[in-house]
Design a protein around this ligand. Structure first.
Ligand code: GSH
Length: 203
């Protein structure tokens, strides 16, 4: 199995999930500028050219981070990385994955956009993302993890996106429960090993 990633990208969450699942995998780095890897043309792996992508041993390729995370959870059920399909709690987990993919991931993507000036980005943080932070902070004041007491792949995804904050001038210091969540995640061996594999550290 191969996980295609780029340093500091949304490939961190599936890496964390694979480590939580104790699933063996090779990490293949994608150069965004050239869309190549050590294997050659990344567009041959996925015509989207985006990370993450998970290439299974039979050659099938799974894309879209939220779906890759579900695949990892569902194929390692004993690790309890997500509630089983059909359970009411499953839909809570799916709600979170979708929320993080749409409101958080693509919200932060706006802040990396070369098409917007810094003042517009600051207004977007104040007018849009701050409402998401307040929602998350209140939820995390009552729950150690998004689904309650136990870690799930949704936490890996949220952690992944929030690690971008310092790169895009998002100040999370007012959100104590988010800060505690980040610190709690930073204690997990899977997170530490994933950051180290990408040459990153928690600031
Ligand atoms: N819809 C995709 C989006 C993934 C995505 O935005 N990936 C970014 C990195 S975080 C990427 O590969 N960007 C490539 C580029 O900008 O050239 C998903 O949810 O997995």
């Amino acid at each position: 199995m191969k996980l295609y990633f780029a340093t500091g990208s949304c490939g961190l969450a599936p890496q964390i999930a694979l480590r939580e699942a104790e699933q063996a995998f090779d990490l293949i780095k994608v150069d965004f500028k050239t869309k190549t890897t050590v294997e050659g043309d990344y567009f041959e792996v996925t015509p989207k050219g985006f990370v993450p992508a998970l290439k299974l041993d039979d050659g099938a390729v799974i894309t879209e981070g939220a779906v890759v995370l579900q695949w990892i959870a569902d194929h390692n059920p004993e690790r309890k990385l997500m509630p089983a399909p059909g359970l009411p709690e499953r839909y809570r987990a799916l709600e979170w994955l979708n929320y993080i993919a749409t409101d958080m991931h693509k919200g932060y993507a706006t802040l990396f956009s070369p098409f917007l000036d810094e003042a517009s980005k600051a207004r977007f943080i104040d007018g849009n993302l701050s409402t998401r932070f307040a929602y998350l902070d209140e939820h995390l004041s009552r729950n150690d993890y998004l689904l309650g007491a136990d870690f799930s792949v949704a936490d890996a995804y949220l952690f992944n996106i929030l690690t971008w904050s310092s790169r895009v001038n998002v100040d999370l210091s007012a959100y104590a429960s988010i800060q505690r969540f980040m610190a709690r995640m930073g204690q997990r061996p899977s997170v530490q090993a994933s950051l180290e594999a990408e040459g990153l550290s928690l600031k």
